[in-house]
Design a protein around this ligand. Structure first.
Ligand SMILES: O=C(O)CCC(=O)C(=O)O
Length: 239
């Protein structure tokens, strides 16, 4: 008997729009927390596709990752190349109008990642900007991060440095001088299905997971069309 092809429907975030408070917070702080962005169906689809794509990518790039430090794989990037569904979401997803209105620019997909910090992971992600944030440009890029589990300080939730997207971080992606107690550092605890949208130049970091709880997320990275000419001279291959 011929097997029926499995069809996974596109995600529907079309009803989430940026009101004037959200626009203002994004401009001022460089990030916004969108509570209840996705429901159980969205979480489930992202989890299955993210996990499968990561597995395929690891098999395909086994050589590349052999002996790499564990921190290297906390966020597995380039997954749009291993899942047609993720690729379609990255290019045509219903979240694009929201992101475009926050960045006030057209978007170009850079990468899609699955972030997984299983129970008992001591590694953290240190303060950084996203690769789409370099070289500096006011509309360099934007990132949509969707929580697939509840996250708090104990299992390594995200921290953001308010307003840091306004500083010029041209040289390195890793940025020194920030920690959980820094001036303007904001811890963001989330529920599964919440999203955070941040400017690619906003400094952010996240902690270790010493709990027995899962800590997974999906990230869609974009750069802004306005920064295209700058990028052509210095193109990142992953976020
Ligand atoms: O810790 C997280 O979930 C975010 C990961 C992150 O910042 C990144 O992949 O650039």
């Amino acid at each position: 008997m011929k097997e029926k092809a499995f069809y996974r429907p596109a995600l529907d975030f079309g009803s989430v729009t940026a009101d004037s408070d959200t626009q203002k917070a994004f401009k001022q702080n460089g990030f916004v927390h969108l509570k209840g962005f996705g429901g159980d169906e969205e979480i489930n689809s992202l989890l299955i596709e993210g996990r499968d794509a990561k597995e395929k990518m690891l098999k395909d790039r086994e050589e590349h990752f052999r002996g790499a430090p564990k921190s290297y794989l906390l966020a597995a990037k380039g997954l749009q190349n291993y899942s047609e569904w993720l690729s379609r979401e990255a290019h045509q997803g219903s979240h694009l109008p929201l992101l475009a209105s926050l960045l006030e620019d057209e978007l170009r997909p850079v990468s899609t990642a699955f972030v997984d910090r299983p129970p008992g992971t001591p590694e953290r992600i240190s303060p950084h900007i996203d690769a789409a944030g370099r070289p500096w440009h006011p509309k360099a890029g934007i990132t949509l991060w969707i929580a697939l589990d509840q996250m708090d300080r104990e299992n390594g939730c995200l921290f953001y440095a308010k307003g840091s997207h306004k500083k010029r971080h041209d040289k390195n992606l890793n940025i020194t001088g920030y920690n959980d107690a820094s001036d303007g550092a904001q811890m963001i605890e989330v529920k599964a299905g919440d999203a955070i949208v941040h400017h690619a130049q906003t400094v952010h970091w996240s902690g270790d997971n010493q709990t027995d709880r899962e800590r997974r997320a999906i990230t869609f990275f974009y750069y802004g069309k306005s920064s295209e000419t700058l990028l052509a001279a210095n193109r990142p291959d992953s976020a």
